[in-house]
Ligand binder design. Structure first.
Ligand code: C5P
Length: 225
């Protein structure tokens, strides 16, 4: 099989409350996006890394990875799914695609290898971790309605791995169908496709709020030891 990584990095990171997009915030001296892309650049099974950038991106060209031969960029879209579709447009239909958020800098190679192994078995798969907290379903006024059975609940993470042609078709159909596509798997579920959950490290966190940044720094520093 041939693999291409897709990294949607065209968001503006509103929830981080800072002057520039969160994927460029420095973590241990390097932009978050460089950390998120590094594993894919280094992995021998991955032929290309396609990164979707905001039309007004001022920062990517300044990164060291910008000149790497495996990397190409596309202009992203309004929503994350539009950015992913823009990337899929430039990828060979026969490739398997691993979609990974720029905001997840702490991915480890073991977890990436698990997804590649599933693809070799022709399985669509996403990294995920079982929910640990007790989960509440609430009403609009934040009063608890009931407790949800967490034994079947998972946190969906990235990478998420699919054949390129199938993913392109399903994402387009889901958008036309009015589905709220917050990750690739949500469109696949809607289309009735089988998607496997692969238990990944729980510290593959998505940097969303300012306080997540320190945690990502800590996790990455510890991985390097
Ligand atoms: O904002 P959020 O953390 O949900 O974004 C997830 C990922 O999708 C980020 O890497 C972000 O840069 C990317 N994204 C994108 N295009 C958009 C919105 C978000 O590539 N229009």
């Amino acid at each position: 099989l041939s693999f291409t990584a897709v990294i949607p990095a065209a968001g503006i990171g509103q929830r981080m409350a800072c002057d520039y997009p969160k994927q460029y915030l420095p973590i241990n001296g390097q932009a978050m996006l460089s950390h998120s892309a590094r594993l894919f650049i280094e992995h021998p099974a991955i032929e290309r890394v396609v990164i979707a950038l905001h039309p007004q991106d001022h920062w990517f060209a300044g990164l060291q990875i910008a000149n790497h031969s495996k990397i190409s960029t596309v202009i992203g879209g309004e929503q994350r799914v539009d950015s992913v579709l823009a990337a899929l447009d430039v990828i060979d239909s026969t490739h398997w695609v691993l979609v990974h958020d720029a905001a997840r800098p702490c991915l480890v190679k073991d977890d990436l290898d698990k997804l590649i192994a599933r693809a070799e078995l022709n399985q669509c798969a996403i990294l995920a971790s079982p929910v640990r907290d007790t989960m509440k379903c609430a009403m609009a006024n934040h009063v608890i309605d009931h407790t949800v059975d967490r034994s079947r609940l998972w946190h969906a993470m990235t990478p998420q791995s699919f054949p390129c042609d199938k993913l392109r078709r399903v994402l387009r159909d889901a958008l036309i169908g009015g589905v709220n596509v917050t990750d690739e798997a949500s469109a696949m579920e809607w289309a009735g496709e089988t998607v496997h959950l692969v238990v990944g490290r729980q510290d593959n966190l998505k940097v969303t709020h300012p306080e997540d940044l320190a945690l990502a720094e800590f996790i990455l520093a510890r991985q390097k030891r």
